[in-house]
Each structure stands twice: as C-alpha cells, then as structure tokens.
Design a protein around this ligand. Structure first.
Ligand code: SF4
Ligand code: SF4
Length: 382
C-alpha cells in the first residue's frame, strides 16, 4: 500500500503531525478476556508508522490493568528504532491527583512502564470546571514548568471536556500549554468545546488534537432508520467512517485526529482517507447533509440538558450532566453497550442518587433531575 500522508502544523511547536494519529484504546483483543493481542497490536502500530503516522496517543487511563497492557504493547511496538519516528502523548488524569506529590508519582510510574525517561507530550486530563481549580491549587503549573525544565516532558497540554468559556479560562491560566485534546465529531459542533472552542484554541497557538471523531464507533454502526433516510441523499460514495473523518479534517484548526484502530482494514481505510482530507474541502451541500444527519440523530435525545452544570456538585459524587449526555447518546445512537461501558469507565454510578434534590433546586432549566436519573438508569440497566 502506498500512502502520501498529509501533515499539518502543530500549533506553535516546530513539528508537523500526520493528519491521522494512532489511538490505543481499542487495540486488537481489547475486549477479549485474554486481553490485548500484543503481536497483532504491534504489527498494526508499526504498519501505521511505516505509512506516515507520527503521533501515538497512549489514551486516557480509565483502568489501571488495561492501561498497563496498552503501555507495555506500545513499548514493544516502539522498539527497533520506531520510537524515533513518532511523538508520544501520555495523560496524567486529574482524578489521580490528590496531593502535590501525586503529580510526580504518577508520571514516574507511567514513564517506568514505558521504559523511558521522557515523553514528548504530557497531558493533564480530563480538565473541566470541577477539577481545574483544584489542580491549579495543588501546584499543577509550577509542576509542569519543572517537568519541562528537567526534561521529563518536552511539551505540555491537557485533555478537555467542558464549555468554551472554561477552555478560555484554562488556556489563559498558563502560557506554557502547547496542546489541547478534545472530543469532536460532526455531532459535537456546539458543545464541549465545539467548533468555536477548537477555533479559539488554535488561534491561541495551541495544537488541537481531536479524539473520538466517530464517537467511539457509534457513527459507523448501522444508523437508525430516520438517519439512514437522510444518508440515502448523499451524492458521495463515502463510507460512514469517511464522512465522519472528513468532517473533522475539514476544520483548519485541527492538527491531528486520534483514531483508536482495531484492525488492518480500519487502519488502511483511515490511511487512505487521510491522504486527501484537507481543510475546507467539504462543499456547502456536504456540510448541509451532515447537519441534517445530526438533526435526525438528535431527534431521539431524551433529556433537554445542555450540560451547563449549575446543578453540580452532587452530594453522591454523580456527574449528572455527563450521565445525561451518556443516556442521550445511548438513545440517539441506539447503543446501550457503549453507554454502559462509559458509565463503568468514568464511574458515573447513577444508582448512588439519594434523591436529596439539591441539584434540582440549582438546575438552570428546572429539570426533574431525579426522575431523569431513574429513567436513564432503567434504560441502561446500570
Ligand atoms: S438528587 Fe441525586 S443526583 Fe441530585 S444532588 Fe442529590 S444525590 Fe446527586
Ligand atoms: S443545571 Fe440542569 S440543565 Fe444544566 S447541566 Fe445540570 S441538569 Fe443539565
């Protein structure tokens, strides 16, 4: 296979990233009881690098055992000179930081697993309004300065899932950020942080790394009938994956797109599309069609919650807006399994609700939150 990879500017850093980045969250065998098929995974990662991919994301460490298996696999894949051909991003999750010394402890553990003394991109994840003030008070900024100074990381950034205004605040709080990683797809144009958030970050000199461009595979599953009807009007013979990826690469502010690839067929298709998907290449008609697909999906949303978050915090530790987002996604995409997996990974535990209704008294839309939490729980059986 011959590939002429597209490379894109990477914010203020002197580096051009491949349009396609390798994500490690769904390596071959990731769902099997036996775990990751290391041989196949190494083959896949090396094939990507041999065909121009130069950015590998170790992913968000939701689960310690899975994270260790992923890092060990990447370590093997990057032996034999492959490490020098790629940049690697490692995430320190906000939830693992409870005291100032946790920053160093976590990073040291991850570097040890990777068998390295340094990482190219150190990302703090997943920053949002509920955790950034805490991390900042624990000394996140001087710690990042120190890590860059002593060479354990070359550049710093953060993964982010919140509103545009919060993104602005975090960007303005520290001038040393080089990268921000966000989730973005044609379904996410107006939230967390949406198209304008990406524009703001790239205008501020940050490299924007997009994750979940196909919403964890939900945009490539057989769509519900109302959505399928809209797709029949497409004038292009593109697969659902190609439509989704082309939308994200169409944004000139996007530096690279992390795809969590599982097999050679997916990788080959993504490499193929990455060759020709350049910024501003979608026509108005194609964008209108994607807008109509978006509306058709959204018609099945249940909870009219815009994730504005005055309801938080919850005394039982439930991230109410996030749970509603996951519930709405399950209804829109007809995918309960993925929603359950997210609930487990992100420890959303809606079953802990004690019905105190404090959140309802603060809700900007006066939503009957307790009722919706119950309905969501029943629908997902969690
Ligand atoms: S009613 Fe439930 S969700 Fe709302 S604050 Fe109380 S425990 Fe949290
Ligand atoms: S305040 Fe209400 S509308 Fe806003 S995020 Fe919370 S539940 Fe949703």
């Amino acid at each position: 296979m011959t590939v002429r990879m597209n490379y894109r500017g990477f914010g203020k850093i002197t580096f051009e990233s491949s349009a396609l980045a390798f994500g490690t969250a769904r390596l071959p065998g990731f769902q099997s009881p036996a775990g990751i098929d290391k041989k196949e995974a190494v083959k896949l990662i090396r094939f990507a690098i041999d065909h121009g991919v130069n950015y590998v994301d170790l992913g968000f460490p939701w689960n310690d055992r899975r994270n260790e298996a992923i890092v060990a696999t990447v370590r093997t894949a990057l032996a034999d000179g492959y490490r020098d051909r790629v940049k690697v991003a490692l995430t320190v999750p906000a939830s693992s930081i409870g005291s100032p010394r946790d920053f160093d402890e976590y990073l040291t553990g991850q570097l040890k697993l990777l068998g390295r003394d340094e990482i190219d991109f150190l990302l703090l994840g997943r920053l949002m309004r509920d955790n950034w003030p805490r991390l900042r008070d624990l000394g996140a900024v001087p710690w990042i300065d120190k890590v860059i100074k002593d060479g354990r990381a070359t550049h710093a950034g953060f993964t982010f899932h919140d509103h545009y205004q919060i993104l602005k605040q975090i960007v303005q709080d520290y001038e040393g950020w080089s990268v921000v990683q966000v989730q973005y797809s044609f379904m996410d144009i107006d939230h967390d942080p949406g198209t304008s958030g990406i524009g703001y970050a790239s205008d501020s000199g940050l490299a924007v790394v997009v994750a979940e461009p196909l919403k964890g595979g939900r945009l490539t599953k057989e769509p519900p009938e109302r959505v399928r009807q809209v797709w029949t009007e497409a004038k292009r013979d593109w697969s659902l994956a190609e439509w989704g990826l082309r939308f994200v690469w169409n944004h000139p502010g996007v530096a690279t797109v992390v795809c969590d690839m599982n097999n050679m067929e997916q990788l080959a298709e993504n490499l193929e599309v990455a060759q020709t998907a350049v910024p501003d290449s979608l026509t108005v008609q194609e964008e209108v069609l994607l807008g109509r697909v978006r509306d058709a999906y959204r018609n099945a949303r249940q909870v009219p919650c815009p994730s504005c978050r005055p309801c938080m915090p919850c005394r039982a530790g439930i991230d109410v807006p996030r749970f509603f987002e996951v519930y709405n996604d399950a209804c829109m995409y007809g995918d309960i399994e993925t929603a359950r997996a997210i609930c487990a990974d992100e420890a959303l535990h809606p079953e802990d609700c004690v019905e105190c209704r404090e959140c309802e008294s603060r809700c900007a839309k006066r939503l009957p939150i307790v009722e919706w939490v119950k309905k969501g729980r029943d629908y997902l059986s969690v």
